[in-house]
Design a protein around this ligand. Sequence first.
Ligand code: SAH
Length: 272
Amino acid sequence: MSSTDPVPDLEAGIQYWATQPANYDGVLGGFGTGPLPRVDALGSRRFLLELLPELSIVPSPFRSISTPVSETRRVRALDVGAGVGRVTSDVLLPLVSDVVLLEPVEPFINEARSRGKASESGIEFNDSGYRVLWKGIADRSKSVTFFKGTPLDRVGYLPPDGEGDVDSKFDVIWCQWCLGHLKDDDLVDFLQRSKKALRNAKSVVVVKENLCREQANEPMSIFDDQDSTFTRSDLAFKKIFEEAGLKIIREKIQHGLPQGLYPVKMYALGEA
Ligand code: SAH
């Protein structure tokens, strides 16, 4: 890449998203009402369960009966570039106890908060047939804390007085369809900071992103000036993960998505 090639501009990216509708269709580029959200969320939950089988809430015939980890301590996840809270509601809350939702675009985070608030009041928030009540919020067994740079709001579970959890580390940091907004050195820096925010040796950063093709087995990045992002190839991601000092624990293609889209891959990264 030469120094004059375009690179993602954070502000341009945020401005692009602010023009998109604050719903599943908006964050998924028009694929919000077809099978994609279900296929994607199912693939993500399976991937997470393969990594952390102790998050399973159903008894498994394949492992001895033991107390699920969520009954012994709270399991915490960070949803990065969370949009309207799709991954939070459909992937993370079904499996973990507390989610921190991070989203810079005002209409998106407001929509996520409205959904969270509605769930807290037990109101079915129904506009297009996807999960309407966020798991564990009405009964306050689980929580979501909303961050737009600074903390904005929280729904559901509150820790007992004096046991605030905002500075706690994470068992899972989930980054989906948003890392293209960062240029390479910023992405390395972000992943290094994420690594420091992991709770223990089993904790993971999950990256779920589109992949472009490679030519001659060389890392590739394609710039898209509509949303000011890079679409990276498999080797481009792997080079960045290595620079960030993260090891690939598991990698898997998301099958079953509509034809004509970029292939989508999940990587679970942990301490090298
Ligand atoms: N991860 C969500 C949303 C994907 S859309 C999902 O899978 O449903 C991409 C998201 O990245 C948008 O919500 C957009 O606002 C967010 N985003 C854009 N620039 C960002 C930045 N610099 N930091 C964090 N998030 C960003």
